[in-house]
Write a protein that binds this ligand. Sequence first.
Ligand code: HEM
Length: 199
Amino acid sequence: MGASEPSEMLSDRGPGAVPQPDLAVRRLLIAGLMGAAVALTLGIYANAHNPSSDLTITLGFTNTITMKVWLATVALCFAVVQLLSALWMYGRLPLGAAPSWLGSVHRISGRLAFLVSLPVAYHCLYQLGFQHSSTRVLLHSILGCLFYGAFAAKVLVVRSRNLPGSALPLAGGLVFVLLVYIWLTSVLWYVNHSGFPSP
Ligand code: HEM
């Protein structure tokens, strides 16, 4: 069934429910604008703020970089759990019907991925800022800001009713892909040069 067909515009199909494509477009637009505003705000702040070495946090790790490498990797692991649980719930894995607890696994892993990413992003934003010393660093800075924008948009999509069925998997997929590229442009690069740090 095509994503634009009216019957797919309804996520709350009660008796007498009427498709409202205009409302769906408006809600998608609001989610997109909100996401863009979050990403832009972070980018402007990261660019305007002078990188500062005070208020360092290590959360018990040997140093800040070690904390960032570990937490970014843990966030990616939670994101992989999110992706696999979503694929299972959408019937895209050859595992039969999804168990009833999978929705909770999906929600909790998503929240944990977000929470674990925060100390890392704090260090990036406050102590490093937006940098463009190389294509990789520029890409990482842009993707970092886009990630939180896409996350905000996804939260709005999750909370909105009456959206096309494809909206949520697209928003979730975007958040996942952004985190993967953030990890590739930071952790993978670091580990290639210095090895995986012990905590
Ligand atoms: C919010 C916007 C973000 C900005 C502006 C930003 C910026 C930066 C910059 C400029 C670097 C230094 C790169 C280098 O010289 O090699 C860096 C490193 C790094 N970033 Fe980000 N980043 C952001 C978000 C994130 C997020 C969301 C994660 C992971 C969840 C992350 C993980 C890392 C890691 C692991 C490093 C390598 C350790 C380090 O050099 O301190 N960043 N970031």
